[in-house]
Write a protein of this length. Structure first.
Ligand SMILES: [Zn+2]
Length: 419
Protein backbone atom coordinates (compact mmCIF):
# COMPACT_ATOMS: atom_id res chain seq x y z
CA UNK A 1 0.00 0.00 0.00
CA UNK A 2 1.43 3.36 -1.06
CA UNK A 3 1.30 6.66 0.81
CA UNK A 4 -1.85 8.76 0.48
CA UNK A 5 -1.41 11.77 -1.75
CA UNK A 6 -2.95 15.22 -1.29
CA UNK A 7 -4.85 16.58 -4.32
CA UNK A 8 -2.77 19.78 -4.50
CA UNK A 9 -3.14 19.78 -8.25
CA UNK A 10 -6.85 20.73 -7.89
CA UNK A 11 -5.95 24.17 -6.61
CA UNK A 12 -4.99 26.01 -9.84
CA UNK A 13 -8.19 24.77 -11.50
CA UNK A 14 -10.22 26.32 -8.65
CA UNK A 15 -8.49 29.68 -9.19
CA UNK A 16 -9.13 29.59 -12.92
CA UNK A 17 -12.78 28.74 -12.23
CA UNK A 18 -13.09 31.61 -9.71
CA UNK A 19 -11.62 34.14 -12.16
CA UNK A 20 -13.97 32.92 -14.89
CA UNK A 21 -16.88 33.21 -12.43
CA UNK A 22 -15.79 36.77 -11.61
CA UNK A 23 -15.83 37.75 -15.26
CA UNK A 24 -19.28 36.21 -15.74
CA UNK A 25 -20.74 37.62 -12.47
CA UNK A 26 -19.10 41.01 -11.75
CA UNK A 27 -18.68 41.86 -8.04
CA UNK A 28 -18.06 38.37 -6.75
CA UNK A 29 -14.44 38.10 -7.88
CA UNK A 30 -12.80 39.99 -5.04
CA UNK A 31 -14.67 38.17 -2.29
CA UNK A 32 -14.06 34.75 -3.76
CA UNK A 33 -10.43 35.56 -4.39
CA UNK A 34 -10.07 36.62 -0.74
CA UNK A 35 -11.62 33.36 0.38
CA UNK A 36 -9.28 31.51 -1.92
CA UNK A 37 -6.30 33.40 -0.54
CA UNK A 38 -7.32 32.59 3.02
CA UNK A 39 -7.89 28.95 2.16
CA UNK A 40 -4.50 28.81 0.49
CA UNK A 41 -2.84 30.23 3.60
CA UNK A 42 -4.62 27.65 5.77
CA UNK A 43 -3.63 24.84 3.42
CA UNK A 44 -0.04 26.04 3.38
CA UNK A 45 0.20 26.11 7.16
CA UNK A 46 -1.42 22.65 7.36
CA UNK A 47 1.20 21.31 4.99
CA UNK A 48 4.08 23.23 6.57
CA UNK A 49 6.79 20.62 7.11
CA UNK A 50 8.07 22.21 10.32
CA UNK A 51 4.68 22.43 12.03
CA UNK A 52 3.82 18.85 10.99
CA UNK A 53 7.20 17.73 12.25
CA UNK A 54 6.88 19.57 15.57
CA UNK A 55 3.37 18.20 16.18
CA UNK A 56 4.47 14.58 15.68
CA UNK A 57 5.99 12.55 18.51
CA UNK A 58 9.41 11.68 17.09
CA UNK A 59 11.06 8.57 18.55
CA UNK A 60 14.60 7.62 17.47
CA UNK A 61 15.28 3.97 18.28
CA UNK A 62 19.09 4.05 18.32
CA UNK A 63 22.01 6.38 19.12
CA UNK A 64 25.43 5.49 20.52
CA UNK A 65 25.80 8.63 22.61
CA UNK A 66 25.96 6.71 25.92
CA UNK A 67 29.53 5.71 25.07
CA UNK A 68 30.43 9.36 24.45
CA UNK A 69 28.99 10.26 27.87
CA UNK A 70 31.21 7.62 29.43
CA UNK A 71 34.44 7.74 27.39
CA UNK A 72 34.60 11.40 26.38
CA UNK A 73 32.63 12.93 29.27
CA UNK A 74 30.76 15.10 26.77
CA UNK A 75 28.15 17.47 28.19
CA UNK A 76 25.17 16.93 25.91
CA UNK A 77 23.29 19.83 27.53
CA UNK A 78 25.54 22.00 25.35
CA UNK A 79 25.58 22.08 21.56
CA UNK A 80 28.63 19.98 20.71
CA UNK A 81 30.88 20.86 17.77
CA UNK A 82 31.33 17.20 16.85
CA UNK A 83 29.22 14.04 16.87
CA UNK A 84 25.58 13.90 15.89
CA UNK A 85 23.58 14.22 19.08
CA UNK A 86 23.04 16.53 22.05
CA UNK A 87 20.02 18.03 23.83
CA UNK A 88 20.28 21.38 22.01
CA UNK A 89 20.29 19.77 18.56
CA UNK A 90 17.64 17.24 19.62
CA UNK A 91 15.31 20.12 20.59
CA UNK A 92 16.07 21.93 17.32
CA UNK A 93 15.28 18.72 15.45
CA UNK A 94 11.92 18.26 17.18
CA UNK A 95 12.93 14.96 18.79
CA UNK A 96 10.70 13.73 21.62
CA UNK A 97 12.21 10.39 22.63
CA UNK A 98 15.64 8.83 22.31
CA UNK A 99 16.60 5.21 22.85
CA UNK A 100 20.25 5.17 23.95
CA UNK A 101 22.13 2.06 22.91
CA UNK A 102 23.84 0.29 25.78
CA UNK A 103 26.57 -1.23 23.65
CA UNK A 104 29.22 -3.56 24.97
CA UNK A 105 32.06 -3.93 22.46
CA UNK A 106 32.90 -7.64 22.95
CA UNK A 107 36.44 -7.31 21.62
CA UNK A 108 37.19 -4.63 24.22
CA UNK A 109 35.01 -5.74 27.14
CA UNK A 110 34.36 -9.43 26.56
CA UNK A 111 31.38 -11.32 25.18
CA UNK A 112 30.17 -11.91 28.73
CA UNK A 113 31.48 -11.86 32.30
CA UNK A 114 32.00 -9.12 34.86
CA UNK A 115 33.69 -6.60 32.56
CA UNK A 116 30.91 -6.79 29.97
CA UNK A 117 28.29 -6.32 32.68
CA UNK A 118 30.17 -3.39 34.19
CA UNK A 119 30.44 -1.73 30.78
CA UNK A 120 26.67 -2.01 30.36
CA UNK A 121 25.98 -0.85 33.91
CA UNK A 122 28.25 2.20 33.50
CA UNK A 123 26.40 3.28 30.35
CA UNK A 124 23.03 2.75 32.04
CA UNK A 125 24.19 4.92 34.95
CA UNK A 126 25.33 7.63 32.50
CA UNK A 127 21.91 7.67 30.77
CA UNK A 128 20.01 7.62 34.07
CA UNK A 129 22.10 10.59 35.24
CA UNK A 130 20.69 12.77 32.42
CA UNK A 131 17.20 13.25 33.93
CA UNK A 132 18.64 13.21 37.47
CA UNK A 133 20.95 16.12 36.70
CA UNK A 134 18.77 17.92 34.15
CA UNK A 135 15.10 17.25 34.95
CA UNK A 136 14.21 20.42 33.02
CA UNK A 137 15.36 18.70 29.78
CA UNK A 138 15.10 14.94 30.27
CA UNK A 139 12.61 12.39 31.56
CA UNK A 140 13.63 8.79 32.21
CA UNK A 141 11.09 6.76 30.25
CA UNK A 142 10.28 3.06 30.02
CA UNK A 143 6.85 3.13 28.35
CA UNK A 144 4.84 4.75 25.56
CA UNK A 145 2.85 6.62 28.24
CA UNK A 146 6.11 8.07 29.63
CA UNK A 147 7.07 9.25 26.12
CA UNK A 148 3.69 10.91 25.58
CA UNK A 149 3.95 12.62 28.96
CA UNK A 150 7.48 13.88 28.23
CA UNK A 151 6.39 15.20 24.82
CA UNK A 152 3.44 16.98 26.46
CA UNK A 153 5.84 18.67 28.89
CA UNK A 154 8.23 19.67 26.09
CA UNK A 155 10.98 17.40 27.45
CA UNK A 156 12.97 14.63 25.82
CA UNK A 157 12.28 11.06 26.95
CA UNK A 158 15.47 9.04 27.55
CA UNK A 159 15.13 5.27 27.01
CA UNK A 160 17.59 2.39 26.77
CA UNK A 161 18.18 -0.71 24.68
CA UNK A 162 20.92 -3.34 25.02
CA UNK A 163 22.85 -3.78 21.77
CA UNK A 164 24.09 -7.38 21.79
CA UNK A 165 23.19 -9.73 24.61
CA UNK A 166 26.77 -9.97 25.92
CA UNK A 167 25.95 -8.29 29.24
CA UNK A 168 23.36 -10.90 30.25
CA UNK A 169 26.37 -13.22 30.59
CA UNK A 170 24.42 -16.30 29.48
CA UNK A 171 22.18 -16.08 32.55
CA UNK A 172 18.43 -15.83 32.13
CA UNK A 173 17.97 -13.91 35.41
CA UNK A 174 20.04 -11.05 34.02
CA UNK A 175 17.33 -10.28 31.43
CA UNK A 176 15.10 -9.15 34.31
CA UNK A 177 18.06 -7.41 35.94
CA UNK A 178 18.43 -5.16 32.89
CA UNK A 179 14.66 -4.76 32.53
CA UNK A 180 14.58 -3.52 36.14
CA UNK A 181 17.34 -1.02 35.34
CA UNK A 182 15.10 0.42 32.60
CA UNK A 183 16.26 -1.42 29.46
CA UNK A 184 13.35 -1.88 27.05
CA UNK A 185 14.88 -3.67 24.08
CA UNK A 186 17.72 -6.08 23.43
CA UNK A 187 19.33 -7.45 20.28
CA UNK A 188 20.76 -10.92 20.99
CA UNK A 189 24.01 -10.23 19.11
CA UNK A 190 25.92 -7.25 17.73
CA UNK A 191 28.68 -7.95 15.14
CA UNK A 192 30.05 -10.91 17.13
CA UNK A 193 27.92 -14.04 17.62
CA UNK A 194 27.06 -15.18 21.14
CA UNK A 195 26.94 -18.88 22.07
CA UNK A 196 23.15 -18.59 21.90
CA UNK A 197 22.56 -16.28 18.89
CA UNK A 198 24.28 -15.81 15.52
CA UNK A 199 25.39 -12.40 14.24
CA UNK A 200 25.31 -11.06 10.67
CA UNK A 201 28.85 -9.76 11.28
CA UNK A 202 30.90 -12.95 11.57
CA UNK A 203 31.27 -16.28 9.77
CA UNK A 204 29.78 -18.45 12.50
CA UNK A 205 26.55 -16.43 12.37
CA UNK A 206 25.79 -17.64 8.85
CA UNK A 207 24.73 -21.01 10.25
CA UNK A 208 23.92 -20.12 13.86
CA UNK A 209 20.38 -19.25 14.95
CA UNK A 210 19.01 -19.26 18.48
CA UNK A 211 19.79 -22.33 20.59
CA UNK A 212 17.40 -23.46 23.36
CA UNK A 213 18.84 -20.89 25.78
CA UNK A 214 18.42 -18.19 23.11
CA UNK A 215 14.77 -19.12 22.68
CA UNK A 216 14.27 -18.97 26.46
CA UNK A 217 15.79 -15.46 26.43
CA UNK A 218 13.23 -14.36 23.82
CA UNK A 219 10.39 -15.90 25.88
CA UNK A 220 11.67 -14.12 29.01
CA UNK A 221 11.75 -10.81 27.11
CA UNK A 222 8.17 -11.44 25.97
CA UNK A 223 7.13 -12.19 29.56
CA UNK A 224 8.76 -9.03 30.94
CA UNK A 225 7.67 -6.69 28.13
CA UNK A 226 11.11 -6.06 26.63
CA UNK A 227 11.20 -5.66 22.83
CA UNK A 228 13.25 -8.14 20.81
CA UNK A 229 15.53 -6.35 18.32
CA UNK A 230 16.72 -8.15 15.16
CA UNK A 231 19.24 -5.50 14.04
CA UNK A 232 22.69 -7.13 13.63
CA UNK A 233 21.50 -10.73 14.02
CA UNK A 234 22.17 -13.41 11.39
CA UNK A 235 19.48 -14.64 9.03
CA UNK A 236 18.94 -17.95 10.94
CA UNK A 237 18.67 -15.98 14.20
CA UNK A 238 16.16 -13.61 12.61
CA UNK A 239 13.91 -16.51 11.60
CA UNK A 240 14.21 -18.18 15.02
CA UNK A 241 13.25 -14.90 16.71
CA UNK A 242 10.10 -14.28 14.62
CA UNK A 243 9.07 -17.90 15.14
CA UNK A 244 9.67 -17.80 18.90
CA UNK A 245 8.43 -14.34 19.90
CA UNK A 246 4.78 -13.98 20.86
CA UNK A 247 5.08 -10.17 20.84
CA UNK A 248 5.84 -7.75 17.96
CA UNK A 249 9.49 -7.90 16.85
CA UNK A 250 11.45 -4.77 15.88
CA UNK A 251 14.56 -3.85 13.95
CA UNK A 252 15.90 -0.77 15.76
CA UNK A 253 18.41 0.35 13.10
CA UNK A 254 18.36 -1.58 9.80
CA UNK A 255 17.39 -1.05 6.17
CA UNK A 256 16.39 -3.01 3.06
CA UNK A 257 18.66 -5.58 1.41
CA UNK A 258 16.67 -5.15 -1.84
CA UNK A 259 18.20 -1.65 -2.14
CA UNK A 260 21.54 -1.96 -0.32
CA UNK A 261 22.73 -5.56 -0.36
CA UNK A 262 24.55 -5.89 2.97
CA UNK A 263 24.07 -8.74 5.49
CA UNK A 264 22.98 -6.20 8.17
CA UNK A 265 19.87 -5.35 6.15
CA UNK A 266 16.57 -7.21 5.91
CA UNK A 267 15.31 -9.11 2.88
CA UNK A 268 11.78 -8.52 1.63
CA UNK A 269 10.71 -11.88 3.13
CA UNK A 270 12.12 -10.81 6.50
CA UNK A 271 10.30 -7.46 6.35
CA UNK A 272 7.03 -9.28 5.59
CA UNK A 273 7.60 -11.75 8.45
CA UNK A 274 8.49 -8.96 10.90
CA UNK A 275 5.38 -6.98 9.91
CA UNK A 276 3.29 -10.10 10.48
CA UNK A 277 4.36 -10.07 14.15
CA UNK A 278 2.99 -6.50 14.29
CA UNK A 279 6.51 -5.09 14.49
CA UNK A 280 8.38 -2.14 12.96
CA UNK A 281 11.52 -1.76 10.85
CA UNK A 282 13.25 1.42 12.02
CA UNK A 283 15.32 2.67 9.10
CA UNK A 284 18.96 3.49 9.84
CA UNK A 285 20.51 6.74 8.51
CA UNK A 286 23.94 5.22 7.77
CA UNK A 287 25.07 5.46 4.10
CA UNK A 288 26.69 2.00 4.11
CA UNK A 289 23.31 0.38 4.77
CA UNK A 290 21.39 2.78 2.50
CA UNK A 291 23.30 3.36 -0.72
CA UNK A 292 23.82 0.59 -3.31
CA UNK A 293 27.54 -0.10 -3.81
CA UNK A 294 28.63 2.19 -0.96
CA UNK A 295 29.78 -0.73 1.21
CA UNK A 296 32.19 -1.93 -1.50
CA UNK A 297 33.55 1.60 -2.01
CA UNK A 298 34.05 1.91 1.75
CA UNK A 299 36.08 -1.33 1.76
CA UNK A 300 38.35 0.14 -0.92
CA UNK A 301 38.77 3.36 1.07
CA UNK A 302 39.48 1.33 4.24
CA UNK A 303 42.34 -0.36 2.38
CA UNK A 304 43.68 3.00 1.14
CA UNK A 305 43.68 4.58 4.62
CA UNK A 306 44.75 1.51 6.64
CA UNK A 307 48.23 2.86 7.40
CA UNK A 308 46.88 6.26 8.36
CA UNK A 309 44.34 4.65 10.72
CA UNK A 310 47.01 2.44 12.28
CA UNK A 311 49.34 5.42 12.83
CA UNK A 312 46.58 7.39 14.57
CA UNK A 313 45.94 4.42 16.85
CA UNK A 314 49.62 4.10 17.75
CA UNK A 315 49.97 7.86 18.35
CA UNK A 316 47.06 7.83 20.84
CA UNK A 317 48.50 7.41 24.34
CA UNK A 318 45.20 6.43 25.97
CA UNK A 319 43.57 3.04 26.56
CA UNK A 320 41.99 0.69 24.00
CA UNK A 321 38.75 2.70 23.96
CA UNK A 322 40.61 5.92 23.16
CA UNK A 323 42.71 4.19 20.52
CA UNK A 324 39.48 3.08 18.83
CA UNK A 325 38.21 6.66 19.02
CA UNK A 326 41.42 7.91 17.36
CA UNK A 327 40.99 5.37 14.53
CA UNK A 328 37.36 6.43 14.07
CA UNK A 329 38.33 10.11 13.85
CA UNK A 330 40.60 9.35 10.88
CA UNK A 331 37.92 7.23 9.22
CA UNK A 332 35.37 10.01 9.72
CA UNK A 333 37.62 12.60 8.05
CA UNK A 334 38.66 10.34 5.16
CA UNK A 335 35.19 8.88 4.42
CA UNK A 336 33.91 12.43 4.07
CA UNK A 337 36.69 13.21 1.60
CA UNK A 338 36.71 9.99 -0.38
CA UNK A 339 33.17 8.62 -0.46
CA UNK A 340 30.23 10.02 -2.45
CA UNK A 341 27.64 11.93 -0.39
CA UNK A 342 24.31 10.23 0.28
CA UNK A 343 21.13 12.28 0.75
CA UNK A 344 18.07 11.98 3.00
CA UNK A 345 16.08 11.02 -0.12
CA UNK A 346 17.83 7.63 0.02
CA UNK A 347 16.52 7.07 3.57
CA UNK A 348 13.03 7.72 2.21
CA UNK A 349 13.65 5.23 -0.62
CA UNK A 350 14.00 2.56 2.07
CA UNK A 351 10.90 3.83 3.91
CA UNK A 352 9.00 3.75 0.58
CA UNK A 353 10.16 0.19 -0.08
CA UNK A 354 8.92 -1.01 3.32
CA UNK A 355 5.61 0.86 2.91
CA UNK A 356 5.08 -0.75 -0.50
CA UNK A 357 5.81 -4.20 0.96
CA UNK A 358 3.85 -4.10 4.22
CA UNK A 359 2.13 -0.71 4.58
CA UNK A 360 2.84 2.43 6.57
CA UNK A 361 2.22 0.84 9.99
CA UNK A 362 5.51 -1.07 10.06
CA UNK A 363 8.19 1.56 9.54
CA UNK A 364 10.01 3.93 11.87
CA UNK A 365 13.42 5.57 12.39
CA UNK A 366 16.66 4.47 14.10
CA UNK A 367 19.42 6.92 13.21
CA UNK A 368 22.52 5.21 14.70
CA UNK A 369 23.85 8.74 15.32
CA UNK A 370 27.21 8.76 17.15
CA UNK A 371 27.57 5.09 16.22
CA UNK A 372 28.66 5.75 12.63
CA UNK A 373 31.60 7.65 11.17
CA UNK A 374 29.54 9.31 8.45
CA UNK A 375 25.94 10.43 8.02
CA UNK A 376 23.79 11.50 5.09
CA UNK A 377 24.75 14.98 3.87
CA UNK A 378 21.44 16.71 4.63
CA UNK A 379 20.60 14.74 7.78
CA UNK A 380 23.99 15.19 9.38
CA UNK A 381 22.78 15.41 12.98
CA UNK A 382 19.56 15.15 14.97
CA UNK A 383 19.01 18.88 14.32
CA UNK A 384 18.30 18.08 10.66
CA UNK A 385 15.46 15.65 11.41
CA UNK A 386 12.84 18.02 9.88
CA UNK A 387 14.52 17.39 6.49
CA UNK A 388 13.20 13.83 6.68
CA UNK A 389 9.65 15.12 7.18
CA UNK A 390 10.14 17.55 4.27
CA UNK A 391 11.16 14.69 1.99
CA UNK A 392 8.25 12.50 3.17
CA UNK A 393 5.81 15.34 2.39
CA UNK A 394 7.43 15.90 -0.98
CA UNK A 395 6.81 12.21 -1.78
CA UNK A 396 3.13 12.59 -0.92
CA UNK A 397 2.95 11.10 2.56
CA UNK A 398 0.05 12.49 4.62
CA UNK A 399 0.42 14.03 8.06
CA UNK A 400 -1.09 10.85 9.57
CA UNK A 401 1.47 8.70 7.76
CA UNK A 402 4.30 10.95 8.93
CA UNK A 403 3.10 10.75 12.56
CA UNK A 404 3.29 6.97 12.33
CA UNK A 405 6.71 6.88 10.69
CA UNK A 406 8.33 9.39 13.06
CA UNK A 407 7.22 7.57 16.21
CA UNK A 408 3.54 6.58 16.26
CA UNK A 409 4.24 3.04 15.07
CA UNK A 410 6.83 2.47 17.79
CA UNK A 411 4.48 3.86 20.46
CA UNK A 412 1.93 1.27 19.30
CA UNK A 413 4.49 -1.55 19.48
CA UNK A 414 5.66 -0.48 22.95
CA UNK A 415 2.06 -0.56 24.17
CA UNK A 416 1.54 -4.04 22.69
CA UNK A 417 4.80 -5.46 24.04
CA UNK A 418 4.14 -4.10 27.53
CA UNK A 419 0.69 -5.66 27.73
ZN1 LIG B 1 24.40 -1.13 15.71
Amino acid sequence: MGPTRKPLQDFPITIVFTILLGILIPGCTQKNMNQETQKTAAETSAADPLSIHQKAIAVDMHVDTAQRLLDEHVDIQQQLSDGHFDAVRAKAGGLDAQFFSIWVEPQLFGGGGARAMKRADDQIAAVRALPEQHPETWVLATSAADIRRAAGEGKIAALMGLEGGYAIDEQIDNVKRYYDLGVRYMSPAWSVSTSWAGSSGDDVGATRGLNEFGKSVVREMNRLGMMVDVSHVSDPTFWDIVQTSTAPVVATHSACRAIADVPRNLTDDMIRALAKTGGVVNVIFYPEHLEPGWSQKKKEVDAEIATMVQQASEAEPGDAVHKKMARDRVRQREYLRRLPPVKVARIVDHIDHIVKLVGVDHVGIGSDFDGVQITTADLASVADLPNLTKELLRRGYSETDIDKILGGNMLRVMEQVQR
